[in-house]
Design a protein around this ligand. Structure first.
Ligand SMILES: Nc1ncnc2c1ncn2[C@@H]1O[C@H](COP(=O)(O)OP(=O)(O)O)[C@@H](O)[C@H]1O
Ligand SMILES: N[C@@H](CCC(=O)OP(=O)(O)O)C(=O)O
Length: 261
């Protein structure tokens, strides 16, 4: 069967980004199907890098928090508790395929300075050469306001650039970008974005219902624009669609590379 998106079928190195709301709390069970899809791509010889949020959301119950904390210190504490548990959950799931995860924690400052940047690049390259799955997150305990990425959608686009990815897959709780918030009447699915002016008519609403993510659709669009400008095409779709997105099916919204300014 021919893939609807040949660029996906031909991609050798793919960055997949998943948000907190997709893999924590009531959606912790989505880790296994996500790992199934990553393992299938890995088995085809694709080099996969996962950018995963969820440290804070995973740590929250252990700090007896019902909602995402607002202050930086408590966010950092929750992330420190949650990050290793998140990695254990990924590794448990990867064990089903005999695959190994590696934790890669980065700050915005790391990617802006040449020495830590090339160190990270070298380490990720070696991990991929060893057929290990790098799982990237912001290094929340050392990231202060000045050196925060702000959201992992942006981090994902910067990692895609760092590793020279052929494709960025941004996962969310909606199946695509819509012309307005998807629950509003008149919202239409956008199949592809080939030029910047096509985004002018898009109305971006509030972030998802789970209340544990930070970015919402606005940061996904910004990330997709950044990656596309760097020459990496982007698929924006739901976590439930990840398998189909990696198979090259025409799911979600496709952002053409180098088409946006
Ligand atoms: N124009 C739009 N198209 C798609 N989603 C939108 C739009 N405007 C607002 N949203 C909302 O953005 C949410 C996704 O953001 P978010 O909850 O932060 O995701 P994640 O936790 O996966 O990063 C969706 O649940 C959706 O309701
Ligand atoms: N580094 C943070 C990510 C912050 C965050 O909520 O990101 P996202 O869910 O992608 O909007 C964490 O792991 O909790």
């Amino acid at each position: 069967m021919t893939a609807a998106r040949p660029a996906v079928a031909e991609a050798k190195r793919i960055v997949v980004k998943v948000g907190s709301s997709s893999i924590s709390g009531a959606n912790t069970g989505q880790i296994a199907p996500l790992v199934d899809a990553l393992a299938a791509a890995h088995a085809r010889g694709v080099e996969v890098i996962l950018v995963s949020s969820g440290a804070i959301a995973t740590g929250m119950p252990y700090l007896h928090l019902d909602a995402r904390p607002n202050d930086l210190a408590t966010q950092q504490a929750a992330a420190a508790v949650g990050q290793n548990l998140l990695m254990v959950r990924y590794q448990d799931s990867l064990d089903r395929y005999g695959l190994t995860a590696a934790q890669v924690l980065l700050t915005a400052g790391d990617l802006e300075h040449s020495t830590p940047r090339s160190n990270a690049q070298r380490a990720i390259d070696r991990l991929l050469g060893l057929r290990i799955l790098p799982i990237v997150n912001e290094n929340d305990t050392v990231a202060t306001h000045e050196i925060r990425f702000g959201d992992n959608d942006r981090l994902a686009a910067l990692v895609a650039e760092l590793v020279g990815a052929d494709l960025l897959v941004l996962l969310s709780d909606v199946d695509a970008l819509y012309t307005r918030p998807p629950h509003e009447p008149g919202a239409e699915r956008i199949d592809e974005v080939a030029a910047d002016d096509e985004l002018e008519r898009v109305e971006i609403g509030e972030a998802g219902a789970a209340g544990v993510g930070t970015g919402g659709a606005a940061t996904k669009v910004a990330s997709a624009k950044l990656a596309a400008r760097q020459g990496t095409p982007v698929v924006l779709t739901s976590t439930a669609n990840v398998r189909r997105a990696l198979d090259g099916d025409a799911v979600g919204t496709w952002f053409h590379a180098s088409s946006l300014d």
